[in-house]
Design a protein around this ligand. Structure first.
Ligand code: SF4
Length: 323
């Protein structure tokens, strides 16, 4: 059982790629930490955390050059070796995975690799300036499994040129790669990025929060039906993002909860009887069932014969009861 994560941000300085949504050029004003700084961060975190996992995130960890990558891993590995930390995880690009780099990761106790898949539709990857194709994700995922790492795949929703069919296709293709979990990030248009320029010039139409929530609810179903855990929905809220860095697109600090609420609504709409009824839910599900600002409750009252949504102790799943 992993208790927590020590996040260590490694900016991808000098990245040669040109992903249109990327704000690394702004974030990269933060310098890459030294190996000593990595040790300091871990030591500090260990004052509170019990056997946490060390997480190198932010850029493309395996694309920063083997020497720098190894210096970070050498700093982190002793904590894993002596049991103070559980293991190491990192995020990277599919085209920055090869046997040589995986051998290095294996040597230093890396357990989990997250790949920025973003889309499995090549025309979307091209329009987004990703610089790799879907085949790169297939190849990298197979290698990661072959070397015995845990695999997490990240997808983005609402990238340039992506239709709803492309999003559903991406989810199904990701399922076929057998990841342990997925992260779903609706695209946010961040000031200063090429995507923001495309948005201002009308070349890119952003996804509204409502559209993103709706698509993500369907993606959630696809992944969960295959037993793949959705470990994150939407960007982690930060002061910067909430404070105006996001110019358009589907950013909301509570996006994950909104998606679960929408999924609940869609599910009830499939089953709602034509006679007056109420919905009983376990207490932990009440706010998801009712929805933000009571949106589910209002919608179901206005469009079906719902009388009420009530919390009921002792039940595990929502129940529809005719009244
Ligand atoms: S998102 Fe793309 S451009 Fe930005 S750091 Fe990663 S690979 Fe480079």
């Amino acid at each position: 059982m992993r208790s927590s994560i020590i996040p260590i941000f490694i900016p991808h300085l000098g990245c040669p790629n040109n992903c249109v949504f990327c704000d690394q050029r702004q974030i990269a004003s933060a310098e890459a930490p030294s190996a000593d700084r990595v040790r300091e961060i871990i030591d500090k975190a260990l004052e509170y955390a019990v056997r946490p996992q060390i997480s190198f995130y932010g850029g493309s960890f395996t694309a920063i050059g083997n020497e720098l990558m190894e210096s970070y891993l050498k700093a982190a590995w002793p904590y894993v070796e002596d049991g103070r930390c559980d293991s190491i995880r990192l995020s990277t690009r599919p085209d920055a995975i090869d046997p040589e780099r995986l051998e290095i990761l294996k040597k230093y106790g890396v357990r989990t690799i997250e790949l920025g898949t973003q889309s499995m539709a090549d025309h979307v990857l091209t329009a987004s300036g990703r610089g790799h194709d879907a085949e790169a994700t297939r190849r990298a995922s197979a290698l990661i499994h072959e070397y015995g790492f845990e695999l997490i795949l990240q997808m983005m929703v609402g990238l340039p040129g992506a239709s709803i069919e492309d999003e559903l296709y991406t989810a199904r293709e990701i399922c076929a790669l057998g990841p342990m979990g997925v992260r779903i990030y609706p695209t946010c248009v961040i000031g200063g990025t090429p995507l923001y320029e495309m948005y201002k010039r009308g070349i890119y139409k952003d996804l509204s929060i409502d559209e993103a929530v709706d698509i993500c609810a369907d993606l959630l179903d696809i992944f969960e039906e295959k037993g793949i855990k959705v470990v994150r929905l939407g960007l982690n809220p930060t002061e910067e993002l909430s404070g105006g860095a996001v110019k358009a697109g589907a950013y909301h600090p509570a996006l994950g909860e909104m998606v679960y609420s929408r999924r609940f609504l869609k599910d009830i709409l499939k089953k709602a009887p034509n006679v007056p009824y109420e919905i009983l839910v376990p207490p932990r599900m009440l706010s998801i069932a009712i929805g933000q600002k009571k949106c589910n409750l209002e919608y179901l009252k206005n469009n079906t014969s719902l009388a009420a949504i009530k919390a009921r102790k002792g039940i595990e799943e929502p129940e529809i009861r005719i009244i």
